[in-house]
Design a protein around this ligand. Structure first.
Ligand code: ADP
Ligand code: MG
Length: 248
C-alpha cells in the first residue's frame, strides 16, 4: 500500500508493468493506445469491472482506474470453477458489447486472419482480479484488437483450465465443457482445437514484434517467451488425443 496518495507503488508485469498512484495506475503507452482508449471508452458504460481512462500524466503514461481485488496465481492456487464461470460470463458480456465496435487501429495484437471482432486477447489469470467468487477487474488492455471469440476462448482456456499444465484429461475436459456451456457459442472441442493455432500466433508474433522495436515484446523474450509457451504447447499437443476422448 502506498503511504500517501502521491507515492508510487511498482506493480510488476512481464511486458511493461504498471505503477499505482492512489486510486489510479500509470502505464507506458504505445501507438496502440488511442485504439485501446477508444475501446475502453466504448465499453465503459456497457461492461462492468473495466478501468476508466483518465488521460495521461506528466511523463506521458496513461492513467487508468486501479481495480482492487485478488489476483490468483494459478501456479499456486487453482482458479475455482465459480471464478472460471465468472470470467467466462464477463467475456460473453464483453463480446456482446463490442460486436458493433470497429476501430482502424493501429492495434498492438498479432494479425488474426479472418478476424470478426475486437477481443481483449490476454485473458490470463495475471490480468484479472476477483472479490470472492465474483470478478472484480480486468486490466492490461494493451493487446486488445481484432480477433475471433473462438481465439479469445482458446487463450482463456489455455490459462484458465489451464492447458499449459497436465492436470489430467478429465479435469481438462470438465473445465473446457464449463467454459463452453457458460459462454454459449463454440463447443468444448472447438475451443480445444483452437488452442494450438492461437498460441502459434503468439510464438511467431512475439519475436516479430520485438524485432520491429516493441520493447514490451522484447521484455517477454527476456522472461523466457516464446520458448516457454512453445514447450508447454508441445506438451499439450501430445495430451490432446486423451483430452479429446475425455470430452465425450
Ligand atoms: N488497472 C489496474 N488495477 C489493478 N491492478 C492493476 C491494474 N493494472 C495493472 N495492475 C496490476 O499490475 C500488474 C502488472 O500490470 P500489467 O498492466 O498487467 O502489466 P504488463 O503489461 O507488464 O503485464 C497486473 O498483473 C496487476 O496485478
Ligand atoms: Mg499483464
Amino acid at each position: 500500500m502506498p503511504a500517501d496518495d502521491d507515492e508510487e507503488e511498482v506493480l510488476p508485469g512481464n511486458v511493461g508493468g504498471a505503477v499505482r498512484v492512489g486510486a489510479t495506475v500509470h502505464r507506458p503507452t504505445g501507438p496502440w493506445t488511442p485504439a485501446v482508449h477508444a475501446l475502453l471508452e466504448h465499453i465503459a458504460s456497457r461492461v462492468p469491472h473495466v478501468p476508466r481512462v483518465h488521460g495521461f500524466d506528466d511523463e506521458g503514461r496513461e492513467v487508468l482506474d486501479f481495480l482492487p481485488g485478488q489476483v490468483v496465481d494459478v501456479n499456486i492456487e487453482a482458479l475455482s470453477a465459480a471464478r472460471l464461470v465468472a470470467l467466462v460470463d464477463w467475456t460473453r458480456r464483453f463480446h456482446d458489447a463490442v460486436a458493433d465496435f470497429i476501430h482502424p487501429g493501429p492495434w498492438r495484437f498479432f494479425d488474426v486472419p479472418d478476424a470478426t471482432s475486437v477481443g481483449h486477447n490476454d485473458l490470463g489469470y495475471y490480468n484479472i482480479c476477483f472479490d470472492g467468487d465474483d470478478l472484480a477487474g480486468v486490466f492490461d488492455w494493451d493487446l486488445a484488437g481484432p480477433t475471433t471469440p473462438l481465439f479469445e476462448l482458446a487463450f482463456l482456456a489455455w490459462n484458465g483450465v489451464p492447458l499449459w499444465r497436465d492436470d489430467g484429461p478429465d479435469v481438462a475436459a470438465a473445465r473446457l465443457h464449463l467454459i463452453a456451456d457458460t459462454y454459449g457459442g463454440p463447443t468444448a472441442r472447438e475451443i480445444l482445437m483452437a488452442v494450438a493455432p492461437r498460441i502459434q500466433l503468439m510464438l511467431v508474433g512475439i519475436p516479430a514484434h520485438a524485432a520491429r522495436g516493441d520493447t514490451g515484446m522484447a521484455n517477454l523474450m527476456a522472461a523466457g517467451e516464446p520458448g516457454r509457451s512453445r514447450a508447454t504447447l508441445d506438451g499439450l499437443v501430445t495430451r490432446m488425443p486423451l483430452i479429446d476422448r475425455a470430452l465425450g
